[in-house]
Design a binder for this molecule. Structure first.
Ligand SMILES: CC(C)(COP(=O)(O)OP(=O)(O)OC[C@H]1O[C@@H](n2cnc3c(N)ncnc32)[C@H](O)[C@@H]1OP(=O)(O)O)[C@@H](O)C(=O)NCCC(=O)NCCS
Length: 219
């Protein structure tokens, strides 16, 4: 089971990180993958009330990868932590499936009270480098959080937020399918430059066809 989860996570890196060239490279050289694997182990012990052992494995993971994931945090499937250094994920944080985060992201608390105090992140969310998501807030599915944003209140599904404090820049639901790396939209039809290029290409093809036809008529 654990191996299946890890292999689908390796595939997620290959699909979403343009720098990932092979499964072996991801398995050996991606600290985010190592941190998630070690978290699987630390959270196993945590859930079975071996708290100190869980913390020690999590601490070893932090030492090896620069990524700190509390053993109590719940992570979804195909969770990709790209680059990873400086990531902090708190004890009561919950992360959905197909979430992609970059280095120096914090899913942190703002209260010292016990109980839920860290964010809940929906499915298919991208969190840019250096962003901080703070408090027991809900981040909906298909949300994009810009690099260095500080999110302190709930973010509705399909929204892109940037800045400090984070504010929406768009409410389009563009991420209903999937985003490419860096949070850029996956659907090329939505890019005006690509649309223009497509138009020019079809005009060129039409001109070539007409020239060929005219040349044929003159012979
Ligand atoms: C937030 C993000 C996903 C938006 O991407 P996008 O949909 O292509 O949005 P645009 O570039 O069209 O920007 C929309 C607006 O938000 C602003 N904006 C974009 N990212 C921002 C950020 N991180 N902080 C502040 N403002 C930002 C743009 O300036 C633009 O403002 P304007 O409408 O006033 O001109 C993207 O900018 C981002 O931050 N991705 C994370 C990338 C990352 O962490 N890379 C690390 C790789 S190692």
């Amino acid at each position: 089971m654990a191996l299946m989860f890890l292999s689908e996570t390796v595939r997620a890196y290959r699909q979403r990180d343009p720098a990932a060239r092979s499964n072996l490279e991801v398995a050996l050289c991606y600290p985010g993958l190592h941190a998630v694997a070690l978290h699987g182990l630390s959270s196993f012990f945590w859930r079975h009330r071996f708290y100190l052992l869980g913390r020690m494995i999590s601490h070893a993971g932090r030492f090896l990868t620069g990524i700190e994931i509390h053993p109590g945090a719940r992570l979804g499937r195909r969770f990709v932590i790209d680059h990873g250094m400086g990531v902090v994920i708190g004890e009561t944080a919950e992360v959905g499936d197909d979430v992609y985060i970059y280095h120096q992201v914090t899913l942190g608390g703002i209260s010292t009270q016990l109980g839920k105090r860290h964010p809940t992140i929906g499915n298919n969310v991208i969190i840019g480098a250096g962003a901080k998501v703070l408090g027991a807030i809900q981040v909906g599915d298909n949300v994009r959080i810009g690099a260095n944003a500080v999110v302190v209140s709930a973010v509705p599904a399909g929204t892109t937020v940037v800045g400090i404090p984070a504010r929406p820049v768009e409410q389009s639901g563009r991420m209903e399918s999937r985003s490419e790396a860096y949070g850029t939209p996956a659907d090329p039809c939505l890019d005006p430059l690509l649309q223009e290029l497509d138009m020019l290409r079809s005009e060129l093809t039409e001109l070539e066809t007409r020239i060929t036809r005219l040349a044929g008529e003159r012979v």
